[in-house]
Design a protein around this ligand. Structure first.
Ligand code: ADP
Ligand code: ZN
Length: 612
């Protein structure tokens, strides 16, 4: 078996996934070949598997340098659940626990060890590392090594001397979600990566809608926004703890269920707030940036920033917590010039830099101000918001026009589409309810796909009658027509289009129809994604998620460590009846099958019996 075959087997058997995601396969292959890797992948892309899979395939130990205690703990719990031997070494361990863990490590009990950067150069750890067979050193959140980055951490500068002190240099892989060009160069230089294999998956998240609202009355604007998103779950980020408390109170006074969350709250209360939100008991959480790390709630439909954050790295990371399930989601920034003053103050009085020497402090503060300037450009400039974000992260954007941000939508123009609407309705009637939106749009635009030819649909009389329009626009028109009952969609896995109650009015052309659409010549840089059809069985999903909650409480781990929401959704979709079928659910590997498979199979069987 080749190393890559072994990697695929681990992906399937240990982690329960059928296929690699973009970027993962090439990262794994490069690491297995012994190369250094620099991977820049957005939040949620699946960075962990890129190094965990090689860790399990390679002989020897993988060390993962990670900056956050909570992140380490979650990762190790998650690995243990999958049956992988892992441990963490940080300041939460007593000296006895630490000595025991090192002893275990020396005896080869762990395949993966998470370690805080400050530990690396301590005597005890060095002695262990120099005597061990270390196959790979992973630097997680690698931007922390750079003074250009938003979270510079002096301890990261010890990674390179640590690696240099090892008898045999292991392969080194560095991972980050937010690295600009300058930060990438710093990572390569300061970690002394050797011709690292670059893994760059696109930064774009097409299902996120970006919006900036300039406002003097944030409360009114926030209430207005939440009114538009009633019944959805989301996060409101505030710049200070005080703002968190005030905004949470304000929302409750206005009849919106919300909990507050910040690092100054007692642990227990904070834990409850998080749990209420993650388990969907309370739809809105108002939080400082302390909230979010390691949280895997996939059905977050919006992220509002009540205050502008200090840089685009923070903004994109926080906003990126919306829509991880791939559904449409909105990211709204409320902006007022006072945000710039607040952030400048925070930079000038930062506690984070008090450990650094004076010279470094000056450099760090200056770069923080530069990043703040870029963030302010985002809030106040003109042109596509998505394009501005992507360019900031060094991505080339050819057509600065995404059609899915407030700036692009403002460029949409209202025009008369009476004739176009009638043509759409005629096409839908001609197809007699057999096709969905994409097909109807393709036919109207005159696209000759293989499927269309095969079925002879290009011979329909309306074929290509809207060839001057983009498919994007035609789909947008169809959406509008559905919204006002001219067309209707069937329920089910494949929503099909039919004529609706008001179809005749449109065919008669009694009244002019006007819609806001992108200019005809605009080809969107990024295609706008539309809401998927019916999701999994909601009632079953709720029961599975309750079972997960009970198990999580019994074992004192966060629910997503047992199964992620995506896994529960897939399970509710596939409704497995056998062990083999359960193993086909995305995210169910052998370790989790052993631990939880039976319980979930029983719950599904019970549900099916009751609903027969
Ligand atoms: P990141 O660190 O890049 O933010 P994670 O490593 O936490 O992302 O992965 C995000 C989620 O995606 C996790 O729930 C993980 O289990 C899931 N995931 C990772 N790789 C795959 C894959 N190949 N197929 C399906 N899900 C995956
Ligand atoms: Zn745009």
């Amino acid at each position: 078996m080749t190393a890559m075959d072994a990697a695929k087997k681990v992906l399937r058997d240990v982690f329960g996934y059928d296929a690699f995601r973009p970027g993962q396969e090439s990262a794994v292959a490069a690491i297995l070949e012994g190369r250094d890797v620099l991977a820049v992948m957005p939040t949620g892309a699946g960075k962990s598997l890129c190094y965990q899979i090689p860790a399990l395939v390679l002989p020897g130990i993988t060390l993962v340098v990670s900056p956050l205690i909570s992140l380490m703990r979650d990762q190790v719990f998650a690995l243990l659940q999958n049956g992988v031997h892992a441990a963490y070494l940080n300041s939460t361990l007593t000296s006895r626990q630490y000595a025991r863990a090192l002893d275990n490590a020396r005896h080869g009990l762990y395949k993966i060890i998470y370690v805080a950067p400050e530990r690396l150069m301590t005597d005890a750890f060095l002695r262990f590392a120099q005597g061990a067979n270390i196959a790979q050193v992973v630097v997680d959140e690698a931007h922390c090594v750079s003074q250009w980055g938003q979270d510079f951490r002096p301890g990261y500068l010890q990674i390179e001397p640590f690696i240099a002190s090892l008898a045999v240099r292991p392969r080194v892989s560095a991972f980050t979600a937010t690295a600009t060009q300058a930060v990438r160069q710093d990572i390569v230089r300061l970690l002394r990566l050797r011709e690292p294999y670059p893994v760059l998956t696109g930064f774009d998240r097409p299902n996120l809608y970006f919006e900036v609202r300039k406002t003097g009355d944030r409360d009114a604007e926030l209430l207005h926004f939440l009114g538009e998103h009633r019944g959805q779950s989301g996060i409101v980020y505030c710049g200070t703890r005080k703002a968190v408390e005030e905004v949470a109170d304000m929302l409750c006074e206005n009849g919106i269920e919300a909990v507050g969350y910040h690092a100054g709250m007692p642990d227990e209360q904070r834990g409850c707030a998080q749990e209420d939100f993650v388990s969907d008991r309370v739809p809105v959480i108002v939080a400082t940036n302390a909230f979010g790390m390691g949280i895997d709630k996939s059905n977050v439909s919006f992220v509002v920033h009540y205050n502008m954050p200090k840089d685009l790295e923070s903004y994109y990371q926080e906003a990126g917590r919306a829509g991880r399930d791939g559904e449409d989601a909105a990211c709204c920034l409320l902006y007022h010039p006072s945000d710039v003053r607040l952030n400048t103050f925070l930079i000038d009085h930062s506690q984070d830099t008090s450990q650094m020497d004076a010279q470094t402090q000056l450099v760090v503060a200056e770069r923080a101000r530069e990043r703040l300037k870029q963030m302010t450009f985002y809030a106040t400039g003109s042109g596509c918001l998505r394009a501005r974000i992507l360019r900031y992260f060094g991505e080339e954007v050819k057509e600065p026009y995404c059609g899915n941000c407030s700036s692009c939508l403002a460029r949409e123009q209202e025009r008369d589409v009476t004739r176009e609407s009638a043509q759409i309705v005629s096409m839908v009637i001609a197809l007699n309810g057999r096709y969905g939106k994409s097909m109807v749009a393709q036919l109207l635009c005159g696209k000759k796909s293989e499927r269309i030819r095969e079925k002879g649909l290009h011979r329909l009389s309306g074929f290509g009658c809207l060839s001057g329009e983009s498919e994007e626009n035609v789909r947008a028109m169809i959406d509008e027509l559905v919204a006002c009952d001219v067309l209707s969609v069937t329920r089910g896995d494949y929503p099909l289009l039919q004529a609706g109650e008001r179809a005749r009015e449109i065919l008669r052309g009694d009244e002019p129809v006007r819609m806001s659409l992108l200019p005809k010549d605009a080809t969107p840089a990024v295609s706008r994604r539309f809401r998927r059809g019916a999701g999994p069985d909601k009632a079953l999903l709720a029961r599975l998620s309750n079972l997960r909650k009970t198990l999580a409480q019994q074992q004192r781990v966060p629910p997503f460590i047992i199964f992620t929401n995506a896994t529960l959704r897939d399970m509710a979709d596939k409704k497995p009846r056998t062990r083999a079928a359960m193993l086909r659910v995305a995210g169910v590997g052998e370790g989790k099958m052993e631990r939880y498979g039976e319980a979930f199979l029983r719950e599904i069987a019970r549900y099916e019996e009751e609903t027969q």
